[in-house]
Design a protein around this ligand. Structure first.
Ligand SMILES: Cc1cc2nc3c(=O)[nH]c(=O)nc-3n(C[C@H](O)[C@H](O)[C@H](O)COP(=O)(O)O)c2cc1C
Length: 334
């Protein structure tokens, strides 16, 4: 979960018997090396290293200007001079420089979101002995991933928090719920399928296995754990209990992602054609986010979370992992 966790949560999940994942999309090369070093020191078993695989965006000056014009009233309200806006935080795609940093750590598993890296990079990763996972949000994407040699497919349903892993389509109407998507992908491919989206407790895990899943991927359920790095604002938004409303928005990064509805999403979206391509939309929102957060408001903050926040508890990640593990058929609770 990029932006909401680092090595500590990944290690805690691995050490509790799950497969902890380190999200690397927001890390520069030095931070990546540091996090991998920490994870290797803390984890007592195998872990997964996760990357985004988006194509670098083409900067469109007119679109960027239109986006800033849409945000102009907010700049005025918060006393921000839009001429001071610099390039926003980037999102790193998996490339040869990243592979150079990861290689010495020889992760047991590498997972990708938004499709796969270039074929020569995939061959390189496979040469380390890593199993390769990738998200699919449609049956077509799952078939494509199997044809391109992926070992395990993550069926990411519409309930899931964070960015949609969609890569063959940008049509949100193709995106369906986990328990509609999972059995269709299980029938369509021969590789193991992991269910993701809305799974927050043992009964959800058991239901996913009943529909043919070989495993589950949970994100949202870990957001309140002490090992997560979710901000206080993010935690407070989740703790609104039954009043948590999420939506899919492209306003905060340029790509559709599910998060708790904030003021920007309510007033400009949640979806808008004005938002520049991923991740360019972020730059113009970043100063609004920091000014509002300074005042204790989450009006412009990405509050990524899935539809099912019922599993979110401020308990150690091991407790959440053990609860989920109770749902795995034939697996006694640790
Ligand atoms: C805060 C947050 C950040 C996420 N960041 C990533 C990421 O960096 N890479 C990735 O592959 N998936 C990411 N996801 C999606 C998860 O991997 C997973 O598909 C999703 O959390 C499962 O659904 P759930 O949130 O209902 O548990 C993120 C999810 C959340 C909630």
């Amino acid at each position: 979960m990029a932006g909401a966790q680092g090595a500590a949560l990944a290690a805690a999940v691995t050490n509790a018997g799950g497969l902890g994942s380190l999200p690397c999309a927001l890390l520069d090369l030095d931070a990546l090396r540091d996090e991998l070093t920490t994870l290797r020191a803390l984890a007592t078993g195998p872990f997964n290293v996760n990357f985004f695989c988006h194509s670098p965006p083409v900067f469109d000056e007119r679109r960027d200007a239109a986006w800033r014009a849409a945000l102009a009233p907010y700049y005025a309200e918060l006393g921000i001079d839009p001429r001071d806006i610099t390039a926003g935080p980037g999102r790193r795609s998996f490339d040869a420089d990243v592979a150079d940093v990861v290689e010495p750590f020889q992760p047991a598993v590498m997972s990708f979101h938004f499709g796969l890296p270039a074929p020569e990079l995939l061959v390189r990763v496979r040469g380390w002995g890593a199993k390769i996972l990738c998200s699919a949000t449609t049956v077509d994407e799952a078939r494509w991933l199997e044809a391109h040699g992926v070992d395990v497919i993550v069926a990411q349903g519409l309930e899931a928090g964070g960015h949609r892993g969609m890569f063959l389509t940008s049509d949100l109407h193709t995106q369906i719920g986990t328990f509609a998507l999972l059995p269709q992908i299980v029938r369509a491919v021969g590789v193991p399928v992991v269910a993701a989206g809305g799974i927050a407790d043992a009964s959800g895990v058991a239901a996913a296995f009943a529909l043919g899943a070989a495993g589950v991927q949970a994100g949202t359920a870990y957001l309140l754990c002490p090992e997560s790095t979710a901000s206080d604002l993010h935690r407070r938004a989740i703790e609104r209990g039954g009043r948590v409303v999420t939506a899919i928005t492209n306003l905060l990064t340029g790509r559709p992602a599910r998060g708790i509805v904030n003021r920007l999403m309510r007033e400009l979206g949640p979806l808008s054609d004005l938002a520049p391509a991923f991740p360019l939309a972020t730059a113009a929102v970043a100063p609004l986010r920091s000014a509002a957060e300074h005042r204790g408001a989450d009006d412009f903050s990405p509050l990524w979370a899935g539809q099912n926040t019922s599993g979110c508890k401020a308990v150690p990640a091991a407790v959440v992992t053990h609860e989920l593990a109770r749902g795995v058929p034939g697996r006694a609770s640790p």
